[in-house]
Write a protein that binds this ligand. Structure first.
Ligand code: ADP
Length: 313
């Protein structure tokens, strides 16, 4: 549904997006992850047809976003970063305007507006100018505009930015409910969001694509993958018991909360052996957890060195 090939954007001598290639299939929710300035918004703008690439191509539902721009835009909903333009319009005027832009009229327009307004809970602010709304409401108005024509493909630039935790949860549920029959790309710098909504994640930094994997595959690259963490009344006693487990490679104690983490030797599983060793030594353990891996640590290790910003050539 979405394909980019060697997509690049240069501003003078500065390369903001550097030969990025990927594909997104129907039903996938792709998370675009990267530090500020990585090139996420620029890439999304190019796919959405709002910015011409310097080189490379992008297509949506098989339509080239440059040479078949109208057809590509018809199947696509785009939420730009920040607040919607036309801040002087009321929410109702904005939705009417978006419907007209999409060629919707009469009953069909009314039905689609009611549906989008209902999904984003905008009924109470319909007659308010967008400029007077809170950041969270502005974001929801933008989202309602993006889904108005029930597009097959959604490109959402930081969809939960500015929302409070409850609103974030609601927007994530909305994305999940739409994911079944749409192709969705979201950008985020929130790793919890990747867990909550994404079936796949692409990490970019410095304009380059550095990883393309499922959240679970990324976690598996973490030092914490298959590690066992626990809290014990007697830390020294627990450490001594863990040290007896043959496949434990290292033991660390968090200086803040005294939580102990035992790291396995490569490819080894230690949960059962650790649990048995603690029991055998009568160590009083409050909780014992198997770690999936820490996405934030993987994200840092992948993006560090690549630099947040693009490269000068
Ligand atoms: P992200 O969305 O990952 O935070 P952006 O795509 O917004 O990153 O920006 C990527 C890089 O391109 C940044 O270094 C930004 O300063 C630069 N950039 C974006 N737009 C322009 C522009 N119009 N002119 C020059 N540089 C730009």
């Amino acid at each position: 549904m979405i394909e980019t090939r060697e997509l690049s954007k240069r501003y003078g001598s500065f390369t903001a997006v550097n030969a990025i290639s990927f594909k997104v299939e129907p039903g996938q929710v792709l998370g675009f992850l990267g530090p500020n300035g990585a090139g996420k918004s620029t890439t999304m703008k190019m796919i959405a047809g709002f910015l011409a690439p310097t080189s490379g191509r992008a297509s949506v539902a098989g339509f080239d976003v440059e040479t078949q721009a109208l057809a590509a835009r018809r199947v696509l909903g785009y939420l730009p970063e920040g607040a919607p333009s036309y801040g002087e319009m009321t929410v109702r005027e904005f939705m009417d305007f978006m419907a007209a832009m999409r060629g919707l009229a009469g009953d069909a327009a009314e039905r689609r507006i009611d549906d989008s307004v209902g999904r984003l809970h905008l009924e109470a602010v319909l007659e308010q100018p967008i400029d007077t709304l809170s950041k969270g409401f502005k974001r929801r108005v933008g989202l309602a505009g993006a889904i108005l024509h029930d597009p097959q493909v959604l490109i959402l630039d930081e969809p939960t930015d500015g929302l409070d935790p409850n609103q974030k949860q609601e927007v994530r549920s909305l994305i999940n409910s739409m994911a079944r029959d749409k192709t969705i790309v979201i950008s985020t710098h929130l790793l919890e969001e990747v867990h909550a909504v994404c079936t796949r994640a692409i990490i970019i930094a410095g304009g380059r694509l550095l990883a393309d994997a499922t959240p679970a595959e990324l976690e598996a690259r973490s030092r914490y993958h298959q590690a066992v963490s626990l809290s014990a009344a007697d830390v020294e006693q627990a450490k001594a018991a863990l040290a007896r487990v043959a496949d434990v490679a290292a033991i660390e104690v968090d200086p803040q909360d005294q939580r102990i983490t035992a790291f396995p030797k490569p490819g080894r599983q230690i949960f059962v052996a650790v649990s048995d060793a603690l029991k055998a030594q009568n160590v009083a353990v409050r909780e014992l957890a198997l770690e999936a891996g820490r996405l934030d640590e993987v994200f840092r290790s992948i993006t560090q060195g690549a630099g947040g910003k693009g490269v000068r050539t």
